[in-house]
Design a protein around this ligand. Structure first.
Ligand SMILES: O=P(O)(O)OC[C@H]1O[C@H](O)[C@H](O)[C@@H](O)[C@@H]1O
Length: 281
């Protein structure tokens, strides 16, 4: 098969097995076996994701940064460990498909003795990562190979890197139904979101792409309609794995399913994606 110049190589991040996908044009992606977690996306020579220097890297504790896959439970909204188990366990590398102007990497997680004790359902999760110049597309597929329906909540919990949180602005959630998880109050999305402290809000997802601008840099953030919510989060400091002031370099904009669980019938498949495009000019 012609390689088209895109490569996929094994690499270690603080001792954890990862894969590095690199396009001939230079953009690259680093993906950990733990959680199929994207840890780095370099586009146009700039790191676009935040990864905490204080993160755990023991192979099972949640990694602070990149794009954790929270599944099959969002946060503590159920009996499972916080944000489910998908981010804590090892995924299996599937196909790597380089093409003319992009490359695709697939990673898989199936039910195992380890997951069945926590969640007694058969499932097959696939993360399809599609990297192209100035664009990253992440699609999570959840297949139910069993004979009874199950339901999940979850998120692509993306940590976007910003130079300075104080100058970062997020547009696109104007008027959307909003739930402020910190104050436990409902409201409507402001025309622009600017943070000056802890922020943890769940929005009804918007139809159009959001725009995150940080000084002269920016991204559009889009998600498909299978995710009902967008979560915007920054802890405002105070987390042990986020050393002092590091929170000022991140903003989580998550494609999420929070307020109502999604049911996947026996034999059915659900797909939800989130995409980032680098703003140019
Ligand atoms: O610390 P973690 O388990 O990774 O969770 C991090 C955060 O995830 C989501 O954004 C939630 O809305 C927050 O309430 C939570 O604190």
């Amino acid at each position: 098969m012609p390689s088209h110049g895109a490569l996929c190589r094994a690499e270690l991040w603080r001792g954890l097995p990862c894969w590095r996908v690199t396009l001939a044009q230079g953009d690259s992606l680093l993906v950990a076996e733990q959680g199929a977690q994207v840890l780095s996306w370099v586009s146009d020579g700039r790191e676009r994701l935040f990864l905490s220097p204080g993160s755990a890297a023991d192979g099972h504790t949640a990694i602070r940064g990149g794009v954790p896959i929270c599944w099959p439970q969002f946060n503590q909204r159920g009996p499972l460990p916080k944000h489910g188990f998908a981010r804590n366990v090892s995924w299996r590398m599937g196909a790597f498909e380089p093409a003319e102007d992009h490359a695709e990497l697939r990673l898989h997680l199936e039910a195992s003795a380890q997951t069945l004790v926590l969640w007694p359902h058969h499932f097959e999760l696939t993360l399809v990562l599609r990297l192209q110049a100035r664009r990253l597309h992440l699609a999570l597929e959840a297949h139910n190979p069993g004979d009874t329906a199950w339901a999940f909540t979850g998120a692509l919990h993306s940590y976007l890197r910003v130079d300075d949180l104080g100058q970062a602005r997020l547009w696109g959630l104007t008027g959307q139904a909003e739930w402020d998880s910190l104050r436990d109050v409902a409201g409507r999305g402001a025309s622009v979101i600017a943070l000056d402290g802890p922020f943890d809000r769940i929005y009804a997802a918007a139809d159009q792409a959001l725009r995150l601008v940080d000084g002269t840099h920016g991204l559009t953030v889009s998600q498909c309609a299978s995710w009902a919510n967008t979560v915007v989060w920054n802890p405002g400091g105070g987390l042990p794995d986020l050393p002092e002031a590091q929170h000022r370099h991140m903003l989580c904009v998550e494609a999420a399913q929070v307020l109502a669980a999604t049911t996947v019938e026996a034999g059915e498949r659900w797909v939800g994606w989130q995409q980032f495009d680098v703003l140019t000019g």
